[in-house]
Each structure stands twice: as C-alpha cells, then as structure tokens.
Ligand binder design. Structure first.
Ligand code: HEC
Ligand code: HEC
Length: 368
C-alpha cells in the first residue's frame, strides 16, 4: 500500500484495502485562486470575507522616509511623552516583542498594572475600531488615551505640546513634517498615527502560497487551513486578510462576578447584549503575540484550541442570576467541535504558517 504523505484513510475495496491520500487532494483544491477554494462552512447570517493577502505598501522605503513617519516613530519611542519621562509607547508596544509586551497585563506608570493584555500593533492601521472593546474610532483619537491614563503614561495631554517644545531637537522634525516648528497635541497624535500605520506583518508562507508558490505550505498546514475554513468554524469570526471580522463576540471569558471580571464591549455601549464581548483579534503572526486573549490568561495555543473544541465556557446562571439582564451569553457561533488530535495539530500548523519571522526595528535617536 502506498501512503504518500500525511493522513490517509482506508476504504475497503475488493477485499483489499485501498488508500486515499486525503492531503494530496486538499493541496490540489487549494493550489488555486482563493475564489475557487472549497466553500467555507459559515453559518447563516454571518457576513464573511475570504482569507487573503494583506494590502502591501508598494513603496515602503518612500513611506518610511516621510518626515511625518520619522517624527511619529521618534515620538513613539520617546519616554518624555510620559509624566515621569520614563515610559514610551514602545515600553508596552515593544517591536522586539511583536509590538506587544509579552505580559499578561501591561505595567505602566509607577509600575501600576493595567486591566487588559496589550495588543500587538501589527497591521493596526487596518482596524476600524481600536482597543479590545472598540472604544476608540481612530488612531488619532486613541493616542490621547495611553498618554493620559494614570496606569500607563500619566501625562496631561494639553501640557504635552509645551513640554516637547522645550526640546530644541524636535523643532526641525516638526518643521519637516508640518511646514513650521509649532508643536501641539494635534500634530503629536497625527504623527504617532501616521507612524503606526506603517507597522505591518511581513509576508507569511500562507501569503506566498496564495501568490502561487504552492510548495510553501506543508500538507499538514494545508489541512489546517481547510479545517480553519470548515469543520473548526474559525472562519465564522476570523476572516478576511486580517483574519478578524472586526466584530465583537463573547467567548465565555467574562469571569462574570469573579476576580477577572471584564464586561468588555458593554462598557462602551451599555447594551446588555454586549456583556463580555471583545473585538475578534487578527490572527496574523499570532504565534508571536502570546499571552493571548483580552486578559492575557492563555499561554498555550493547544489549550485555546481545546477550549474551542469543547465549545468554550457556557456559564449557566445561578437561581439568583436568572433575572440578571447582564448575565453574559456566550456567542451562539461557538459549539463543540468534532476535531481529533491530528486535526488539532493541523490547525496549530496553520497558525504557524500565518506567523512570520520578526522584523528587526532600528530605534530612533531621541532629539536633545
Ligand atoms: C503601560 C502600557 C502601555 C503604554 C505605555 C501604551 N499602551 Fe497602547 N495599549 C496598551 C494596552 C493594555 C492596550 C489594550 C487596552 C484595551 O483594549 O483596553 C493598548 C492598546 C493600544 C492600541 C489599540 C490596539 C488595538 O488592537 O486596537 C493602540 C493603537 C495603542 N495601544 C497605541 C499606543 C500608543 C500610540 C502609545 C503611546 C502614546 C501607547 N499605546 C502606549 C498598553 C500600553
Ligand atoms: C464566535 C467568533 C469566533 C470563532 C468562531 C473563533 N474565534 Fe478565535 N477569537 C474570537 C474573539 C472574540 C477572540 C478574543 C476573545 C477575548 O479576548 O475574550 C478570539 C481569540 C482568539 C485567539 C487569541 C488571539 C489573541 O491575540 O489573543 C486565538 C489564537 C484564536 N481566537 C483562534 C481561533 C481558532 C483557531 C478558531 C477556530 C477553531 C477560532 N479562534 C474561532 C472570536 C472567534
């Protein structure tokens, strides 16, 4: 009997066994334009977009030479944006840690702990709403938040322009970016936003596969891609090039009434339907952004998959909680999955194929 690769399943044929090499047929199905891939298993009512290539900047060198980007990058790494002059954006969004901080929860001013896991800023320019609960609509609006927050940078934003204008070396940078030396908060957040839009994932092996280099993914990874789009149901939420529907879902991780309680999107909308919902994270480079989830409580990808396979926590209300309108409801898109050990490995292999090696980022010289 001939087994070429990967899993094989046996069919009884004429008393002898015949082996069908499942993976080779999957490669044939996927080695073509994504619009011809097998239809995904998406529930009725789910608005989805096929997985695909991230938009690329065709002239990255030119973008990075833009004076606004250079200024924004300098500000991003400058601890003088904080009240104590000790904490920069990069303290928590560290390029060597995939633009996150590798911690469960962030630690900021005076070593005060934050309440959520720091997002990676990779591909942040593609998100329409920011933060785990989507409370901010733009990068320009968002930047004030960490600057002002006590447990982050603890700097009064209105005073920041004045503070930076005391640093002579910033004047030429602002002049190059905005035509004159004036330093104010609007320009600071505009430059920070312009820089953050340049933070992108590199091309993954999955992207190369889509571009037609069909040897760039292994059989196991292709099987994982197929499962991701079908039986494992991931594509219901992790879809499009970013692998996020940019919507909010409750995975059952609210810890309602318990130590780690976080009401998520409800804190923004005050709609009881939104209790425990968080924005679907991008899965681009996911194997480099641990620990995972809004609370950073998950360190093992296998553990996360085990939870998806079990259908995620579905907390039942106690008698007293039955009339509580805020009692969280786990998303109905989550249900127990028929995924075996081998298939779980295939899903993990696929998550590796969408993870790239890190880019080495040169830190700017801070102006004096
Ligand atoms: C003390 C650590 C800390 C510092 C300093 C910090 N951040 Fe963050 N950042 C976080 C955390 C934690 C979150 C997630 C918060 C949430 O969702 O409630 C976050 C979220 C973000 C997001 C949204 C990401 C997403 O996926 O939606 C952006 C953008 C961002 N930070 C940019 C910045 C910028 C720019 C600065 C500097 C002006 C900065 N951060 C400083 C910890 C930090
Ligand atoms: C119902 C929508 C939905 C489905 C289906 C779904 N996810 Fe998620 N996923 C989310 C949301 C929302 C989060 C963040 C939840 C939180 O932090 O509370 C998340 C988080 C994750 C994370 C952690 C990422 C990070 O940066 O912290 C991984 C890994 C992940 N999902 C993989 C998968 C895989 C693999 C599948 C299929 C087996 C899947 N997801 C199915 C919505 C979904």
């Amino acid at each position: 009997m001939l087994v070429m690769s990967g899993v094989a399943f046996t069919n009884k044929f004429d008393g002898k066994s015949m082996v069908i090499v499942l993976n080779d047929s999957l490669r044939i199905l996927y080695a073509q334009d994504p619009k011809n891939w097998p239809a995904p298993w998406v529930d009725a009512g789910v608005n989805w977009e096929e997985l695909g290539l991230l938009p690329r900047d065709s002239n990255l060198a030119k973008t990075l030479a833009n004076p606004k980007v250079i200024l924004g990058k300098t500000l991003f790494f400058d601890p003088r944006l904080s009240g104590s002059n000790q904490i920069s954006c990069a303290t928590c969004h560290e390029p060597d840690l995939s633009w996150g901080d590798g911690r469960t929860l962030s630690i900021g001013h005076d070593h005060l702990p934050g309440t959520r896991n720091t997002n990676s800023l990779l591909n942040i320019g593609l998100f329409k709403e920011l933060f785990w609960d989507g409370r901010s609509k733009s990068l320009e609006d968002q930047a004030i938040n960490p600057i002002a927050t006590l447990h982050e940078m603890n700097q009064e934003p209105p005073a920041l322009g004045y503070k930076l204008s005391k640093i002579e070396g910033y004047k030429p940078l602002f002049e190059a970016a905005y035509g004159d030396e004036r330093i104010n908060l609007d320009r600071i957040v505009d430059a920070l936003a312009t820089f953050q839009r340049t933070i992108r994932s590199r091309k993954s092996r999955f992207d190369e596969f889509i571009e037609g280099r069909y040897t760039r993914m292994t059989d196991l990874e292709i099987e994982g891609l197929h499962l991701f789009r079908t039986k494992a149901r991931c594509i219901n939420c992790h879809n499009g090039p970013l692998m996020s529907d940019q919507k909010y879902h409750n995975l059952g991780l609210t810890y309602y009434g318990r130590k780690y309680e976080d009401l998520g999107r409800y804190l923004v909308t005050e709609d009881p339907e939104d209790v425990g919902k968080f924005r679907t994270p991008s899965l681009r480079d996911v194997m480099r952004t641990r620990p995972w989830m809004h609370n950073g409580l998950f360190d093992e990808i296998e553990g996360i998959l085990n939870m998806y396979i079990a259908g995620m926590p579905q907390p039942r209300p106690t008698e007293a909680q039955k009339s509580d309108p805020l009692f969280p409801k786990t998303d109905t898109l989550l249900k127990p999955l028929d995924i075996n050990q081998h298939e779980k490995k295939a899903l993990m292999a696929f998550l590796e194929a969408i993870t790239t090696s890190p880019t080495r980022v040169e830190r700017p010289i801070l102006p004096k």
